[in-house]
Write a protein that binds this ligand. Structure first.
Ligand code: PLP
Length: 392
């Protein structure tokens, strides 16, 4: 039973999951009958190939039956063994968190951790390899969403490649919202899903896995099989002539297929451009009204999420409550180590439209003002609009 006294929000501007595109929801409701019917097997194969096309990778995507957090844990379980030394790059909650998963499987770990409003310096990665030539696996989060900051994965990937190590890239909240693909960063396992920038739902993951990563998994005596943490179980599932290891999430595959269709039809460059412009307009508005961005430098602020410092003298919870209660606008708070320190405005999929930046600035500014924070809301709204107009 739903509580009818709680009014649903007017606008969900969170940092994921996001309100899905109507086409995605509709596609999830289409009857697909039976997973072993040739029509579904062909549909699944097409979907895996479409995901690969979107990632600009050659082999059909590996689709996993769970939301990306599980798929990242599964990457640790499947790839990493006691023979591996892992270099874990932690510039945020997800980066730090990977190290805890890795610890169940690795022989040793080196970690580079920076304050969660900064990003990883590629020179530090090069130094880590010099000091620890045994590093065999590196893990990095491209956009650490609870910080709204971007890591330089292209530069990091080039260094990892030079040292013949394998690279895991969590691109869950960046792929589809900005220009990044597995080959761009030499990723051996590149993990993403439909629930963030593609405007789908979070229940499924797709990945690009390199031949070297598959080989490493085959040589891992402890790699799980017949398990939610197994990569190898689903390796051949894309092929219509191969059996599924278990029943695929048919509705989720329908949704994923529709989300990737929308992305390819609109044109990736156009999709990235509206994410970028929305984020730029949002940052301009936040700064102009007198609030502060979380990122140490605007160069590393994500085009898919804007993180804003919680001003002194007010609680994050009060601000998001005022936003929702007064204006019906839902924003995200921090998570883990960034909890209470920042608020987040998502620009993902359907909400990566510049006008939402204006709305977000107005709503957050209004909330700050009613909570006693001195901000110039009109100036913020004007700056956001001007950033949009400057792009035309
Ligand atoms: C959302 C997200 C995930 C996956 O989290 P889920 O709980 O599976 O949705 C992983 N990494 C990053 C960086 C994310 O933003």
């Amino acid at each position: 039973m739903t509580d009818s006294t709680i009014k649903p929000p007017v606008m969900i501007l969170t940092a994921g999951p996001v309100q899905a595109y109507p086409e995605v929801l509709q596609a999830m409701a289409l009857p697909r009958g039976y997973d072993y019917d040739p029509s579904f097997q062909a549909f699944y194969e097409d979907c895996a190939k479409k995901c690969a096309k979107a990632m600009r990778s050659e082999t059909p995507a590996l689709i996993l039956q769970a939301e990306p957090a599980v798929a990242i844990e599964a990457a640790a379980a499947s790839l990493i063994s006691k023979r591996d030394t892992v270099l874990n790059l932690a510039s945020g909650v997800y980066g730090k968190g990977f190290g805890y998963w890795s610890a169940r499987y690795h022989g040793g770990m080196v970690e580079i951790e920076v304050p969660f409003n900064e990003s990883i310096d590629p020179a530090a990665v090069a130094r880590a390899f010099e000091e620890n030539p045994d590093i065999s696996v590196v893990s990095v989060v491209h956009h650490d969403t609870p910080s709204g900051t971007i890591n330089p994965v292209r530069e990091i990937g080039a260094i990892v490649k030079q040292h013949n190590a394998l690279l895991i890239v969590d691109a869950v909240s960046s792929f589809g919202g900005m220009d990044i693909h597995p080959a761009d960063c030499h990723a051996d396992i590149f993990i993403t899903g439909p629930g963030k920038c593609l405007g789908g739902l979070p229940g499924v993951t797709f990945c690009a896995v390199s031949a070297a990563a598959w080989e490493h998994m085959e040589e891992n005596p402890d790699a799980p099989f017949a398990s939610i943490l197994s990569y190898t179980d689903w390796r051949k599932a894309w092929d219509r002539n191969e059996p599924f290891p278990f029943t695929p999430s048919m509705a989720e595959i329908g949704g994923l297929n529709a989300a990737v269709d929308l992305y390819l039809q609109e044109g990736p460059e156009n999709v990235w451009a509206r994410h970028d412009l929305t984020a730029r307009a949002c940052r301009a508005g936040i700064k102009a009204m007198g609030a502060e961005l979380w990122a140490a430098s605007e160069d590393i602020a994500s085009p898919t999420t804007t993180a804003v410092k919680v001003p002194d003298g007010v609680a994050d919870e009060e601000l998001v409550k005022a936003c929702r209660d007064r204006y019906g606008v839902v924003l995200s708070i921090g998570r883990g180590a960034t909890l209470k320190k920042l608020l987040r405005i998502g620009h993902m999929g359907p909400t990566a439209e510049p006008i939402y930046a204006v709305t977000a600035v107005a709503a957050l500014g209004g909330a700050m003002r009613t909570c006693g924070v001195e901000v110039d809301v009109a100036r913020g709204v004007d700056a956001a609009l001007r950033a949009i107009d400057a792009a035309h």
